[in-house]
Design a protein around this ligand. Structure first.
Ligand SMILES: NC(=O)C1=CN([C@@H]2O[C@H](COP(=O)(O)OP(=O)(O)OC[C@H]3O[C@@H](n4cnc5c(N)ncnc54)[C@H](O)[C@@H]3O)[C@@H](O)[C@H]2O)C=CC1
Ligand SMILES: O=C(O)[C@H]1O[C@H](OP(=O)(O)OP(=O)(O)OC[C@H]2O[C@@H](n3ccc(=O)[nH]c3=O)[C@H](O)[C@@H]2O)[C@H](O)[C@@H](O)[C@@H]1O
Length: 455
């Protein structure tokens, strides 16, 4: 099929490259010329494992091309997939990029004679596609929905695993305005192995996406709430507690006692809170939308409140040990919101750095690939330095806080910490280190959801 993808960020570029890899003819459109040029030079503008290699293949084969020219892209394709950003701004979801993409497509449809399907892939609050997008398209094109197709196909990929998640989806949700729209979208995904296709209406598809993200975020906050209770009681390790809970087959299905897939356990881990471009913004958007409807969703509100507090709890625990943070030097291990990405949007590390600086500590931010992005937010100065070398940071620091579980960091041994740090203090914000081995080596270890020695 001939497909245009509007917006080539994390979702749009992965979508375009993967669909081209599956044999579709794809045109990627972005407003930013520098992104378009990079794509055509076969350079991925974002860091995502495996993406650049696939990009090289599809550009070389001629099945993908990038442009800023939306008009010719829509004219020369049969389906347009909208994957522009939908940020949370001024207390609600900001749909301005969706509106302008719909307007631009609608203007082209006015002049286009053949049938064209418009599919929203961006995460949008329920009713966006069947009211806002539909009416903009109808007004701009002078046509009625039905004369053009309309679909909503939410994306469930995770950053860092985007290519794998897109190529091997657990499910494909297609919200469709009518039968023709659904059939066209089904053809887009005809070669996606046996992934179940769920056919729903447009607003159900939108609600599935929010419900999925809010549920995963709630599991994380639930784990973090339990972690606080464990810390208060003492001599209970939240990790053991959650392991004891999630060995239940209802969380982690096993056959002959072999785990088939790490199920909900992946989101039932205590830590320093969820970040990223989606969980925080989507849960906030769902909360705001629900309030607009006259319903206050207290569980969703609690999910956000717990997450807001979590990074500060690490600082409080550090203060308990050091008395004051003033004039101390703290190594923050990990800047990206999770490993395998250079994305720092809503990363807990940003809250931690800001709070440490507010308390007059000096900070060394350590990360293999996210330093440049972090510098844009917090420029380097006499109080804040960056390094890709954790050894150097540990040598300099009075304490270290692990925020992102990059494999470089999780491999750090107790002996290394003991050797490198003057007075070794390690706050484990992701619970990746073994408390007893670190303590045996003489490191003062503080883990989320774990207070005092276990007995
Ligand atoms: N990042 C992720 O892991 C996931 C994101 N999503 C959703 O997908 C959507 C996109 O997210 P990201 O890819 O992270 O956004 P992004 O911010 O990385 O990329 C959006 C791109 O759209 C371009 N753009 C905006 N308006 C345009 C227009 N009218 N014409 C052409 N290009 C335009 C921007 O220049 C930018 O490059 C959001 O709704 C997000 O919630 C869904 C699942 C996963
Ligand atoms: O809509 C989206 O954008 C995407 O949001 C998440 O994907 P992503 O944000 O890339 O990353 P996750 O791996 O889900 O992690 C999100 C955050 O939760 C944190 N997390 C995760 C699991 C956990 O147990 N504890 C925890 O704090 C991670 O460190 C990270 O900060 C969802 O997992 C995707 O399905 C969804 O498509």
């Amino acid at each position: 099929m001939r497909i245009s993808v509007i917006g080539t960020g994390y979702v749009g570029l992965v979508t375009g490259v993967c669909l081209a890899t599956k044999g579709h003819q794809v045109i990627c459109i972005d407003k930013q010329l520098k992104i378009v040029k990079k794509i055509n030079r076969m350079e991925a503008p974002i860091y995502e494992p495996g993406l650049e290699e696939l990009l090289r293949n599809v550009i070389t084969k001629g099945t993908l091309v990038a442009t800023t020219d939306l008009k010719s892209a829509v004219m020369n394709t049969d389906i347009s997939i909208i994957s522009v950003g939908t940020p949370f701004r001024d207390g609600k979801i900001d749909l301005r990029y969706i509106e302008s993409a719909a307007q631009e497509i609608g203007n082209v449809l006015k002049e286009k004679n053949s049938y064209h399907v418009i599919c929203v892939k961006s995460t949008v609050i329920p009713t966006t596609t069947d009211t806002l997008v539909k009416s903009i398209l109808e007004d701009a094109s002078g046509k009625k929905a039905g004369e053009f197709g309309l679909a909503m196909n939410p994306e469930f990929l995770r950053e860092g695993k985007a290519v794998q998640d897109f190529m091997y989806p657990d499910r494909i949700v297609i919200g469709a305005y009518d039968k023709e729209s659904f059939e066209s979208m089904k053809n887009v995904y005809k070669d996606f192995f046996d992934a179940p296709i769920l056919k729903v209406n447009l607003r159900t598809a939108e609600m599935i996406k929010y419900t999925a993200n809010a549920l995963l975020a709630t599991l994380i906050s639930y784990s973090n709430e339990v972690a606080v209770i464990c810390e208060k009681v003492g001599k209970i390790d939240v990790k053991e507690v959650l392991e004891g809970v999630t060995l239940d087959k209802r969380f982690n299905p096993r056959v002959n006692n072999q785990l088939i897939y790490p199920g909900m356990v992946s989101y039932l881990k205590a830590g320093c809170g969820f970040g990223g471009s989606c969980f925080p913004k989507d849960v906030q958007a769902l909360l705001a939308f629900s309030k607009e409807l006259g319903y206050f969703p207290s569980m969703i509100q609690a999910t956000l409140a717990i997450n807001y507090a979590q990074p500060y709890r690490l600082i409080e625990r550090l203060e308990e040990i050091l008395d004051t943070l003033e004039n101390t030097k703290i190594a923050v291990l990990g800047l990206s919101f999770k490993p395998e990405t250079d994305d720092i949007r809503e990363s807990p590390s940003l809250v931690i750095i800001k709070e440490l600086l507010a308390k007059k500590a000096k900070v060394i931010g350590v990360d293999p690939i996210a330093i440049e992005n972090t510098k844009k937010k917090f420029p380097q100065n006499e109080l804040l330095h960056y390094s890709t070398d954790y050894k150097h940071a540990l040598q300099e620091a009075d304490a270290a806080i692990l925020v992102t579980a990059w494999s470089d960091f999780t491999k750090i041994s107790p002996q290394e910490v003991k050797k490198l740090m003057k007075i070794p203090i390690l706050i484990d914000g992701r619970r990746v280190f073994d408390k007893s081995s670190f303590e045996a080596a003489g490191v003062q270890y503080i883990g989320v959801g774990l207070a005092e020695y276990l007995q």
